[in-house]
Structure formats: C-alpha cells, structure tokens
Design a binder for this molecule. Structure first.
Ligand SMILES: Nc1ncnc2c1ncn2[C@@H]1O[C@H](COP(=O)(O)OP(=O)(O)OP(=O)(O)O)[C@@H](O)[C@H]1O
Length: 456
C-alpha cells in the first residue's frame, strides 16, 4: 500500500527528475516534480510537502552547491516542517555537513542507488510525520495547560486553609523536592499533585499517575520498572515501566500507604539510586523523575506499627502538604457548590437552576465525610434529579440532612407528621419527587413548597 505522503522533486535535469519520480510513485500517493527551483516558493505556497528532494546545482557548469544551500534555506523558512533531502553529483562532504547544519534531513550522491534513495526518503517521511504529530500534541497540550494554568484555576477554595495550600504549591513547584500530599479521601490530593506539576519547570513533560493500592504484588515491578521480552511467561514484548515513561516529568504515586513491605524496599532502592532496571534485564537506566506521593493514611502511625519503612517515608516526604477536610473549611462550600452547579447545569442542560439559601445552609451544615468528591457527586445527582428550577435537599441525597425515617415520633404535632410523611415518601421513591408527590396526593408544586418549608 502506498504511503499517504506528498513529495516534491526539484531538479533541472528532467531525466533525473523523472526517474526519481517513477521510483517514488510506486511508494507514495502524490509525487510531483519541477525543474525550475524558482517555482519552489509557489509550490510550497499551494501545497504542504512532507519531503522535498532538492538538487544542489542548477546553473550549467556551476558546481559549488551554493544554489542548493540557498534554496534549502528558503524551504526551511517557508515550510519548516518539510524534510529536505539534497542530491548532488559532486558528493563533497563539506557541503553535506553544511546542508545538514542548515536543516537538511540528509544528503545523497549521484548516481544514487534506488534502495538508498528510497530508504532515505522513507526515513525523512517518517520523521516528518512524527514531528508533525508532536507539534500537534504540543499545541493541544499548550491549550490545555492554558485552560488549567490560571493559578490553580480548577482548585476551588478561598479559605485560609486553602490559601496556605496554594502558597505551599507555589513554593514546592519551583523545586525538585519529593512531595507527600496527605488528606482524607476526596480532599483533592491528585488535583494538587497535578497543580504542582503544571507550575513546575517540568510542565511540558509527562505527568503519570499510579494507584499503588490497585497494583498487585506480582505486577508491581513490571508496572513500575518495566520488563524485557521473555522475562516471565507473559512477557511477550519489552515493556516500559511507569518510572521510565515519566522520565523528565512527574510521577504521582497515589495511596502510597497501601504498599506491601517487600515492595517498599524495591521502591526505596529506585528512589535512592534514581535508576531502574527492567525485570529480566541487568542494565540500569538513570532517571530524572520528580516524585509526588499521596496517602490518606497517617504514615507516621504506620511507621510506628512497623507497616511502613521509616527510610522510605524520609525519602518521599521532603515536603509534606496536608489538605484540609472539607468540614474544616465550610466557608468554601458555597463556592464549591456553585462551581459544581455551573458545571452540571451545563452538562445536563438545566440553565435556570439555582441553589436556594436554605439548601446552601444545609450543604454547609453537613459534615461531608467523603469531602469534595462527595459534594461533587451530591451536586451532580441533585442537578439530574431537579425539576430545572431550584435544587432541593432531598435531591442531594446526603445522609444526615434527611434524618427522618425511623417512623413518626410520639408527638402527634401535625407538622412533624407531615414532615415525616414527605421525607418517607421521598425515600420510598428514591428521590423521585413526582412519584412521591403522587403517592401523597400532592401536586409537584405543593410538594416542593413543603420540601422547602421542612428543608428537605
Ligand atoms: N478544591 C477543589 N476544587 C474543585 N474540585 C475539587 C477540589 N478538590 C477536589 N476536587 C474534585 O474532587 C474529586 C476528588 O479529588 P481528588 O481525586 O484529587 O482527591 P483525592 O484526595 O486524590 O482522593 P482519593 O484519596 O480518594 O484518591 C475530583 O473530581 C476533583 O476534581
């Protein structure tokens, strides 16, 4: 099958041009030729070429190659991602060096061998395609970074506790120190790890995340350090481990407290030596990886009880960032709730939806054991369940705010009974307000009015 590439041959010798063209047309979809180098500019303006094959001497009797070098510079200026292969009958090595310095991909000497010409053009084509992909990806990455980079744009919080965290992120990001992020589940540890990476000089390199709790002991080494083909029964090909893949960038080891003792020793060795050896190999590879670890466990306690190596803890906690629980920064709840509301309103096309004050008060009173993740889920659920106007506490499905369901209390106060009946119906119908209203013989509007009254 032919490659989907476009190639231009520039040679004033029609015979040379034609024979290269016939050869390349067997391998590439679009091969064109021009015999006047003055037409290069217009050819490049009209089409993008993957590879240009350029003669170096154009005036009869002139063999300095200077004309080729001049046109090469013009090509590089006009179309920097087109690979140029130069051809000359006078294979002067100095000229070859000069041309490559000026950005030529390679140099061929007439008379050429077809295989050599083909392999050179092919290599130029492949390299060019890879370079184009990289440029595209870098462009995408830059756009993503821009979106996310506005100082921690996606980490919401204005409380003193969060300001202190932002300050710490800024400070550690400038260094290569290993960072340990601690905090309960859902407090934003991974988010902070990514922010550190994006604010660091490694931001254009990779950020890789590994959940240490999810890696089995048997796969640990192969996952993290890689393996050679044949190292064990299932090793059908060479495999790059996460450490090697993160080289130059940041490796985020989540749930580090869950690592088995035997594996802690292996990890410690790699961190100490800054080298990995793939399973089944014996050549160590030196690495430049910034390590950020996270845990919801108290590693000092684990050290005390002999479950975590103290020397490993010292290696990973050069700087420790402790993330506050959401219940310790309740002043951030309205901001976070509005942030998630905006996101999910957009996602579920419920434009006019808002959070009434009494619901916001409920959100702030609740303790959020699952922290921001729980708040995010509660908001998403409530947006989905809502009638599109305002959020109701019942839609949030957060345990404690709905403490209703044991049965009507002994006091036969009508309001208490009504509150109990409404809450029970909502629970019975799993938050489906219409069905609950039906069962109670109420209209939806009357149902919502009562939910508001009883803060349900
Ligand atoms: N300050 C914040 N602002 C906005 N979203 C946040 C914030 N903190 C956390 N989140 C969101 O909450 C969810 C949980 O965050 P993240 O995964 O970073 O927490 P974690 O502490 O790493 O959790 P776990 O310990 O369970 O792995 C994510 O969807 C994240 O985007």
């Amino acid at each position: 099958m032919k490659e989907k590439g476009r190639i231009l041959i520039v040679d004033d010798d029609n015979y040379v041009m034609l024979s290269i063209r016939i050869l390349l047309e067997q391998h590439y979809e679009d091969v064109r030729g021009i015999n006047n180098p003055q037409q290069i500019a217009s050819a490049l303006a009209e089409n993008h070429y993957d590879v240009i094959i350029l003669d170096m001497n154009f005036q009869p009797g002139v063999t300095s190659g200077q004309a080729g070098l001049d046109f090469l510079q013009q090509i590089k200026q006009q179309s920097p991602d087109t690979a140029a292969v130069l051809i000359t009958a006078y294979g002067e090595i100095d000229l070859a060096v000069e041309a490559v310095k000026l950005g030529a991909f390679d140099f061929l000497v007439k008379p050429w061998q077809n295989e050599k010409l083909l392999s050179t053009v092919n290599a130029a084509f492949q390299l060019n395609r890879t370079a184009q992909k990289v440029t595209k990806l870098e462009g995408k990455q830059a756009v993503l970074n821009q979106m996310l980079d506005a100082p921690f744009a996606n980490i919401i919080g204005e409380s003193e506790a969060m300001k202190a965290v932002f300050h710490q992120i800024e400070k550690v990001a400038q260094t290569d120190a290993n960072v340990l992020i601690t905090g309960e589940n859902g407090t934003g540890k991974e988010l902070v790890a990514r922010a550190i990476h994006r604010s660091s000089f490694r931001s254009n390199e990779v950020f890789l995340s590994v959940d240490m709790g999810a890696i089995t002991e048997t796969l640990f080494e192969s996952e993290l350090f890689g393996h050679k083909k044949g190292a064990f029964t299932d090793a059908k090909t060479d495999r790059v481990g996460k450490f090697e893949a993160a080289n130059g960038g940041t490796l985020f080891l989540d749930e580090i407290g869950n690592l088995a003792a035997s594996l802690q020793a292996k990890l410690l060795r790699v961190i100490q030596d800054q080298q990995v050896v793939r399973v089944g190999d014996n050549a160590p590879k030196t690495l430049d990886v910034r390590l950020v670890c996270a845990t919801n466990a108290n590693l000092n306690d684990l050290v005390q009880s002999g479950k975590f190596r103290q020397d490993l803890l010292f290696r990973i906690n050069t700087i420790e960032i402790k993330l506050p629980e959401l219940r310790e920064r309740k002043e951030d709840i309205p901001l976070l709730a509005e942030h998630f509301l905006a996101r999910f309103k957009n996602k579920y096309h419920k434009k006019g939806l808002f959070v009434p004050d009494y619901v916001m008060t409920k959100l702030q009173k609740y303790d959020w054991p699952g922290n921001i993740r729980e708040l995010q889920h509660a908001m998403e659920r409530a947006v989905i369940m809502s009638d599109g106007k305002q959020l109701h506490v019942a839609d949030l499905s957060i345990g404690e705010t709905n403490p209703v369901t044991e049965g009507p209390s002994d006091d036969l106060n009508l309001e208490s009974l009504e509150k109990w009946a409404i809450a029970s119906a909502i629970k019975k119908h799993q938050g489906n307000i219409s069905n609950a209203a039906n069962e109670l013989g109420l209209s939806r509007g009357a149902m919502y009015r009562r939910m508001e009254k009883y803060e349900l």
